[in-house]
Ligand binder design. Structure first.
Ligand SMILES: Cc1ncc(COP(=O)(O)O)c(C=O)c1O
Length: 434
């Protein structure tokens, strides 16, 4: 089966890696990497009750395991390169060099120029900044914003704030696959529309949005800027920045095996935005505050490693996801896929319901067996309310209750997927018997 032809994950415009030779690649190819093995053992021990049992981590949309090379870069920046990048002396210059290298690597993985990358404290800040910063910079031209009903909370809440400040926001509906309805975008564009914000990959169901069509519709009818929350797509889905004429793109390090609390906003050169934080002149006067040099160092290494494994690791991950979907759908009566068909969705996210089973109970039962998945998005899962994404897909309540999200990374192995299929089947059967 030609995976490239059947889905949108892999297109020829991926920035190709420069080759092999790094430990994680060898590990993926089956060679032993002692640092990584050690880390996995530590991870097993850290998981309390699951200690001594192999951990199968399938919650990679919530966050990914930090790679040893990344942790090493963070540690080195903390212990050795601890100068302030704004200082004039050599220690400051060294720290500044780390920022420069990381900016280049983060930009390369996105296909951008380093001058277009601004470091932030994560995807949430990048989204808040893009929405608020662009809206306020453009408010003399208009006050209408378009987004979708299934965006991450950091986009939706930023929009709600903007509504309180006098902007009007249209939330586009999605179909059963979680894909935005283009007719409603066409109907919603107005003369005063200044900004359209659509995510590339939905974090709960893995739907891929038709960004090319959206960009065409927007460009043909309005001068509105286009922002993409690419937190779940970065390093997995190519994003042709120029073709889509994107003004801004949000990224996060911890979804690509980097540290938490660091991310970036891509801003096309020449796009005007209000600063996010004011104070010092860091990040070209747009995001004040001493830079998180260790986090940024780790982000840079994570981006380098992700690029070097492309596109094979993504294709492998996609095949494993398809196997997982088929195994669960065939093996568990009544199992229902939420969102796109496995071949049409993102390579790493699967959302599936088992009617008659409460998702929270299943998640804890799986945890007892060393398998880590989640109910909906990690940021809402403690609120105990049905996910806004699943509701927007129009799912019946029986499907909402029993929905779990299983998300892979490029470290996920075939054995882990086979074990997960077996264990999920056993647990669902047991819960249904109770
Ligand atoms: C689609 C999407 N956008 C934004 C974010 C927020 O990123 P961060 O956790 O770096 O703040 C997430 C995190 O899960 C996400 O999945």
């Amino acid at each position: 089966m030609d995976m490239r032809a059947r889905s949108g994950w892999l297109q020829p415009n991926w920035p190709r890696g420069e080759g092999q030779g790094i430990p994680v690649v060898k590990w993926l190819q089956g060679e032993k990497n002692s640092i990584l093995d050690e880390r996995i053992e530590l991870q097993n021990l850290a998981c309390g009750r699951a200690a001594m049992r192999k951990v199968i981590y399938l919650d990679n949309s919530a966050t990914t395991m930090v790679l040893p090379e990344v942790a090493e870069a963070v540690r080195e920046a903390m212990e050795k390169t601890y100068g302030n990048p704004s200082s004039l002396h050599s220690m400051g210059v060294e720290a500044e060099r780390i920022l420069r290298n990381a900016r280049e690597e983060v930009a390369k993985l996105l296909g951008a120029q380093p001058e277009e990358v601004y470091f932030t404290s994560g995807g949430t800040e990048a989204n808040n900044w893009a929405l608020r910063g662009l809206a306020h910079a453009l408010k003399r031209r208009g006050r209408h914003i378009i987004t979708t009903a299934i965006e991450h909370a950091s986009v939706l809440e930023a929009c709600r704030r903007l509504e309180e400040e006098g902007f009007s926001v249209t939330y586009l509906p999605v179909d059963k696959q979680g894909i935005v309805r283009l007719e409603s975008l066409e109907r919603s564009l107005r003369e005063d529309t200044i900004l359209v914000s659509v995510m590339s990959v939905n974090n709960e169901v893995g739907s891929l949005q038709p960004l090319e069509e959206i960009a065409k519709i927007v460009a043909s009818r309005s001068p509105a800027l286009f922002h993409v929350d690419h937190v779940q797509g970065y390093g997995k889905i190519p994003l042709p920045l120029k073709k889509l004429r994107l003004a801004a793109v949000s990224l996060s390090a911890h979804k690509i095996h980097g540290p938490k609390g660091v991310g970036a906003l891509y801003l096309r050169q020449g796009v005007r935005i209000e600063p996010f934080l004011v104070g010092g002149d860091q990040e070209r006067n747009l995001r004040a505050g001493t830079e998180n040099v260790p986090g940024i160092a780790g982000f840079g290494v994570a981006a380098t490693l992700a690029r070097k494994n492309l596109p094979d690791s993504v294709q492998r991950m996609a095949q494993l996801k398809i196997r997982l979907a088929e195994g669960l759908l065939e093996g568990i009566p009544g199992a229902h896929l939420n969102g796109p068909e496995p071949r049409a969705g993102a390579p790493h996210i699967l959302n599936i319901s088992f009617p008659g089973v409460k998702a929270e109970v299943l998640v804890h039962m799986l945890e007892e067996k060393g398998i880590y998945v989640s109910t909906s998005s990690a940021c809402h899962s403690r609120r105990q309310e049905a996910s806004h994404v699943l509701k927007a897909l129009g799912l019946p309540s029986s499907h909402l209750e029993g929905a779990i999200r299983i998300s892979l990374s490029r470290l996920t192995t075939e054995e882990e997927i086979e074990e997960a299929i077996r264990t999920i089947k056993e647990c669902v059967e047991e819960l249904r018997r109770l």
